[in-house]
Structure formats: structure tokens, C-alpha cells
Design a binder for this molecule. Structure first.
Ligand code: FAD
Length: 417
């Protein structure tokens, strides 16, 4: 079924009876060429690109809950390509280009809105760092504009520019940055993969990974054993646990990240704003809710809900930046489990087990990476060699120290990235 304006019109006039399920609901087969563990954004995009780019369709995605019930449906939806370090910048640049073609590619409205992202700075030193980052982005072929204080004021007149602690000096404007409807991204990739023959198996938890003679043979699941020639692990916050099924100890800690949404308000925030000094970021959804978040809860946890001190911290940061936000009522908050690496950058690599691959460590920035990660991981699984833009995301950098990608410059403490 293709979506089109004509189809919407026809269905609207005929009682909306012609819509069909977006993906098939098959029983698992006993054997596949490739099994992907995890039906989040990255797993579904990987399956889609395996089918579309490499013609590999004897593929199953095994999801322990429902598709899109993990972080892909829990994030604050920010999409950007404003990374500084070689290794990261070309990857996110490629990912943003895939975002820009995604709706056509999937024939699905993911509400990708390039409304512009502004990273604020509050000191001369920070301005220098952002100027350098902006130049790196431009050199990479992406867009960046350094705004002075008045330049920021034109876009965001409602901010508190003269805050005693963090007066606003200016901002780095990334016009192609923005937001997208997060769960639609999962649904779009699911539909595209299913249409191409990939089996999406929900309520199917992987409980073990079968390995014989150093080679992967399949997986044990809550719905029985499934054999596979290749297996990809893409389970975000559960990466450490699932990798342990193959005897691996990953350089990952799982932490909770919370997000918040207010009641619907008239349009007020046209951009995505990032306030690094308070660690606070905000945008307004098309429904009118202010969607915002901040730092991780600072303890390792597998609970998909956070704690009150971080709620207070995030609210304080919001009030510091834009005191008017104190008039809005928070409707909901929730948490997701983040797979934090020690250098803040991800892993897309083979493992020590033949036929077993891993894609993880997206920290709290993996939504924007969904298409790029899916594309690069599919390339690695299909061709057994790295896709160039993701070639730096090697697992062994944590063992050798060579090629670490410490984008934040905060050292090896997972929860600081
Ligand atoms: C509050 C919050 C805000 C965020 N904001 C942003 C943002 O603004 N921009 C941005 O770029 N990123 C953001 N992120 C990060 C981003 O959402 C994640 O990095 C990304 O979604 C992780 O990849 P995923 O979509 O594949 O994960 P998930 O959707 O979590 O997918 C992993 C899947 O694996 C499944 N799974 C786990 N174990 C098993 C098993 N044993 N068997 C079978 N299946 C299993 C899970 O059920 C889950 O569905 C945010 C995250 C959170 C929580």
C-alpha cells in the first residue's frame, strides 16, 4: 500500500476502511540468513537497508516487546549533524543526508522538520570552541552560522540574555538541524523492511546466543530456538546484557535519561535550543507541547524511569534559560536506558565470534543516527567490511586506546558524555 494525497482523500471519503496493517505479523521461521536482535530504530533501519541496499531478505528482527517501544519512541527527537571530530563528523553528516531523503525513501511521513538548532554559548572561551566546531562542520560540507548575541536575540527573543551566572554571548546556528516524529521513524523503517520480505517478530526475547567452534549458529528466544548464519546485536540500553550472552564484556554502562513534555501551547519556540551550561535542550512539538530534557541520572540502572533530583535540575535549567517556562504545566515525564561508552562515541563492529556483529554505544544521541547506523551496520553485516563513514567506530579502541573519539573532551567517565 502506497501513501499519497490521493489515497488519503479517497479513504477520507469512503470511511477509512481501506487502510491495511503497516507490517506483516509472521511466525518465526526455524532458520534465517541473518537475525537482528532489537526492533528499535537502529535494528529496523539495519533490516531495511539489508533488504534495500544488499538484496538480503531472509532476515528476521527479533524484538522482546513491541516495535518502537524502546528509546526510539522515548527520545526528544533532535536530529543534527554538528559533530566536531573526524570519525564522528562524516558519519553524522551522512546520516543527516539520509534523513533528508527518508520520507521519499520510505514513502512515510516522519514529520522531519529542519527548523534549525541553536547551541548557545556563554563565555569567550566557549565562543572560540563553537567557532572551531562551526568551521569543522562547514569543512565537512554541513552548515553552521556563528551568531553574536543580537543574532541569537533575533531568533530567540524570549531567552534571559542577562542571566547573572550564564549571560548569553551568542550561539552556533545549524539551520539543517531539527526534529522528527520519533515513533514514525520506527514504523516507517518497519513497514519498508516488512514490504521487502523481512520478518519482524515481536514479543520475542533473545535469551541466549548459540556459538559453536567460534562461529555463531543462532539464538535462543522466548519463542524457541532460531538458527542464523549471521546475528547482529542492536539493543541499545541492553547491549551489555545481550553481549554477555556471547561471553563479551562491553565498555558500556547503562544510565537513565529522562524527558519531559508540557501541555500544548500556542507556537512559541520555532527552533531547537541547546543550553550547554545548564545541560538543557528544548523544542516545541507540532501538537504544541514543549519537549525538553537534560542530563543523565548519574547512576547506572536498567529502570526506564528516572529520579527526582534530575527532574529538579532540568526544571532549574529551563527556568534559568527562559523564565517564562515556569508558567507551563508539565504533563508527562519518562526515561530511557542509554548505552554509554567511555568516549561518548558508538560502536559498529564485528566481534570476536565469527558471524556476530554489534551496533551500540549511542549514548544519548542515537536518534539522529538511526538511518546512518542502519546503513553502515547493514553494510558491515552484508559485506564483512566497514562502511567508510562508520569506520572509526571500532570496538578495539577501548582496549588499545587508539582511535578514541572523545567528542565531549570529558575523559573516560561514561556518565559525563
Ligand atoms: C529521554 C531520551 C531522550 C533522547 N533524546 C535524543 C535526541 O533528542 N536526539 C538523539 O539523537 N537521540 C536521543 N536519544 C537517544 C536515542 O533515542 C537512542 O540512542 C536510540 O534510540 C537507541 O537506538 P534504538 O532506537 O535502536 O534503541 P531502542 O529503541 O531502545 O531499541 C532497542 C530494542 O532492543 C530490544 N531488546 C533489548 N533486549 C532484547 C532482547 N534480549 N531480545 C530482543 N529484543 C531486545 C528493546 O526492547 C528495544 O526495543 C534520547 C534517548 C532518551 C531515552
Amino acid at each position: 500500500m502506497r501513501f499519497s494525497a490521493l489515497k488519503v482523500l479517497k479513504e477520507g471519503l469512503t470511511g477509512n476502511k481501506g487502510w491495511t496493517p503497516h507490517w506483516r505479523d509472521p511466525e518465526p521461521k526455524p532458520e534465517y540468513d541473518i537475525v537482528i536482535i532489537g526492533g528499535g530504530g537502529h535494528g529496523l533501519a539495519t533490516a531495511f537497508y539489508l533488504a534495500k541496499e544488499h538484496g538480503l531478505t531472509n532476515v528476521a528482527v527479533l524484538e522482546k516487546g513491541y516495535l518502537g517501544g524502546g528509546n526510539v519512541g522515548r527520545n526528544t527527537t533532535i536530529v543534527r549533524a554538528n559533530y566536531f571530530l573526524p570519525g564522528n563528523s562524516e558519519f553524522y553528516s551522512h546520516s543527516l543526508k539520509l534523513w533528508e531523503g527518508m520520507e521519499d525513501e520510505l514513502n512515510y511521513n516522519v514529520m522531519h522538520s529542519q527548523r534549525g538548532l541553536i547551541n548557545l554559548f556563554h563565555s569567550d572561551g566557549q565562543r572560540d570552541a563553537f567557532a572551531r566546531r562551526g568551521n569543522a562542520m562547514i569543512n565537512q560540507g554541513d552548515d553552521a552560522v556563528l551568531l553574536d548575541r543580537e543574532g541569537v536575540r533575533k531568533h530567540l527573543p524570549y531567552l534571559d540574555f542577562d542571566n547573572g551566572r550564564f549571560p548569553i554571548y551568542g550561539g552556533l546556528y545549524h539551520p539543517r538541524g531539527g526534529t522528527a516524529r520519533h515513533d514514525a521513524v520506527a514504523w516507517g523503517y518497519a513497514r519498508g523492511a516488512s514490504d521487502r520480505g523481512v520478518d519482524l517478530i515481536q514479543n520475542c526475547e533473545v535469551t541466549g546466543i548459540d556459538i559453536e567452534g567460534g562461529k555463531v549458529r543462532g539464538v535462543q528466544t522466548s519463542r524457541g530456538a532460531i538458527r542464523a548464519k549471521k546475528v547482529g546485536i542492536v539493543v541499545a540500553g541492553r547491549s551489555g546484557q545481550v553481549a554477555a550472552m556471547a561471553g563479551m564484556r562491553l565498555p558500556i554502562e547503562s544510565h537513565v535519561l529522562q524527558a519531559f513534555v508540557t501541555e500544548g501551547l500556542k507556537p512559541v519556540i520555532d527552533h531547537v535550543i541547546s543550553f550547554g551550561m545548564g545541560h538543557f535542550y528544548i523544542s516545541q512539538s507540532d501538537k504544541g507541547g514543549l519537549v525538553f530534557g537534560g542530563d543523565l541520572d548519574f547512576y547506572a540502572s536498567y529502570a526506564a524511569r528516572g529520579n527526582l533530583p534530575m527532574v529538579e535540575h532540568v526544571m532549574e535549567a529551563g527556568m534559568t534559560l527562559m523564565p517564562m517556562i515556569g508558567r507551563a504545566r508539565v504533563l508527562r515525564s519518562w526515561g530511557g536506558i542509554m548505552d554509554m561508552t567511555a568516549d561518548g562515541s558508538p560502536i559498529i563492529d564485528k566481534t570476536g565470534v565469527d558471524g556476530l556483529y554489534i551496533d551500540c554505544g549511542w549514548c544519548y544521541g542515537g536518534f539522529k543516527a538511526v538511518p546512518g547506523s542502519g546503513f553502515s551496520f547493514a553494510h558491515l553485516i552484508a559485506q564483512d567490511r566497514h562502511h567508510a563513514p562508520a569506520a572509526g567506530f571500532r570496538l578495539d579502541r577501548f582496549r588499545t586506546g587508539h582511535g578514541l573519539l572523545d567528542e565531549e573532551g570529558t575523559g573516560s567517565q561514561h556518565n559525563l558524555h
